[in-house]
Design a protein around this ligand. Structure first.
Ligand SMILES: [Zn+2]
Length: 396
């Protein structure tokens, strides 16, 4: 086991997608690749240890049913997959019954925890934390610690007759240890509609056809669920939401006597990369003022303009991530609202120089070299996420 000092806590990573789809073991050192490779594993325990990563907010993403409807390639592949890997097809959202996606997501949480238990039996110091105090205890003991989050409110189910059912399911996830929920993802759900979130190359590769309206607002159900999240202390993640939806959440939060920290778990900055998913300068201020945080994603598509073909080909991430971290820090006049949210294992194309979690200290070193203060580096990689979890998770 590597003894690298644990200086990093990732705000958004997807090891649970790989344990859900492929049954990978967390204790094994899997193949990783700097290319788009859906079968690689970037956040297994050996890589997290090697990279000095103390833990992560684990995004549980139940692959949305729209994937096999809008991505033509996957639509064509589905019948073949049904024959050669029938089990894999059952891991995609089944929206034929309103409650089914909710139960599938619970199963996903169970499976991830079973993989954690398996890694513990194999001698790994690892755990899932169900409260902030548990998280603190595990981290102090040097245990690689995960907390559950959910990406996409389709996990609450669809087409429920009563709004209360969405709220009941939310409460159930909260009691189950879920600290955060990303409202939107790739497809419209009953709360929110997303912005375009598919990287250009993947869109071409999958022959993805989807019309999205970037002016959509939260539904009434969406507003009710956000209010409930702010009440009970489940952190609201604005990644993938439209700008008007984000504005609604700021307003709902600002109206409260005590604001909650809001987050973008995995984005870039709009001023550097004009994608609808990235927060604008005034939004960076909104996040700062509520004590929230913006996790910088490790995917060049959201970090920089990609008009230079040589840059695209080289696909180097360190420079773009350093630029984005510094830009957000400058825009906010503090590094209190910046973190990293790698999106590793989220079926992304990682930068060539940062293929997996074992390479994360490269970014720390680059920021040190750039003259950033040690205390600011500590905030960006660790303390800010811990502060947001302390203040945003639970109803204190
Ligand atoms: Zn995402």
């Amino acid at each position: 086991m590597s003894n690298a000092k644990r200086t990093i806590f990732d705000l958004h990573a997807h090891p649970a997608l790989k344990t859900w789809l492929y049954e990978y073991k967390l204790e094994d050192d899997h193949r990783s690749s700097p290319l788009f490779d859906p079968f690689q594993m970037q956040t297994d325990l050996p890589k997290l240890e090697k990279g000095g990563v103390g833990g992560a907010v684990v995004a549980h993403y139940l692959p949305e049913c729209g994937i096999t409807r809008y991505a033509k390639l996957l639509k064509w592949l589905k019948p073949t997959a049904q024959m050669v890997a029938p089990e894999l097809v059952t891991r995609i959202e089944d929206d034929s019954i309103p409650n089914k996606p909710f139960y599938q997501t619970l199963e996903m949480l169970d499976r991830f925890e079973a993989k954690i238990a398996q890694a513990q039996r194999a001698g790994k110091k690892t755990a899932v934390a169900y409260s902030f105090s548990e998280l603190q205890k595990h981290l102090a003991e040097g245990t690689t610690c995960f907390v559950h989050s959910i990406e996409g409110a389709h996990s609450l189910g669809r087409r429920h007759e009563k709004t209360q059912t969405y709220l009941d399911h939310l409460e159930h996830f909260f009691r189950r240890g879920v600290c955060l929920m990303t409202l939107a993802h790739f497809f419209e759900n009953d709360l929110a509609s997303p912005v375009d979130s598919i990287p250009h190359l993947l869109r071409e590769l999958l022959n993805w056809k989807q019309d999205l309206d970037p002016n959509k607002r939260l539904t009434n159900i969406g507003v009710a669920v956000v209010e409930a999240m702010l009440d009970i202390g489940m952190i609201v993640d604005l990644s993938h939401c439209t700008e008007p939806e984000r504005a609604q959440v700021y307003e709902l939060n600002n109206r409260r006597a005590k604001k909650r920290p809001l987050v973008f778990t995995h984005v870039g900055a709009y001023s550097l990369c004009q994608k609808e998913m990235n927060p604008k300068p005034e939004e960076i201020i909104q996040i700062r003022d509520c004590g929230g945080v913006i996790g910088v994603i490790f995917v060049n598509d959201w970090l920089a303009k990609t008009t230079d073909l040589i840059e695209v080909f080289k696909d180097q991430g360190v420079k773009n991530i350093v630029n984005t971290i510094k830009h957000i820090g400058t825009a906010a006049q503090t590094f209190d609202c910046v973190a990293i949210g790698t999106d590793y294992d989220g079926m992304t194309d990682p930068p060539n120089d940062l293929p997996d979690a074992s390479s994360l200290q490269k970014i720390v070193a680059a920021l040190e070299k750039s003259g950033m203060k040690a205390e600011d580096i500590e905030k960006v990689f660790y303390q800010n996420v811990l502060r947001v979890l302390e203040q945003g998770w639970s109803n204190n």
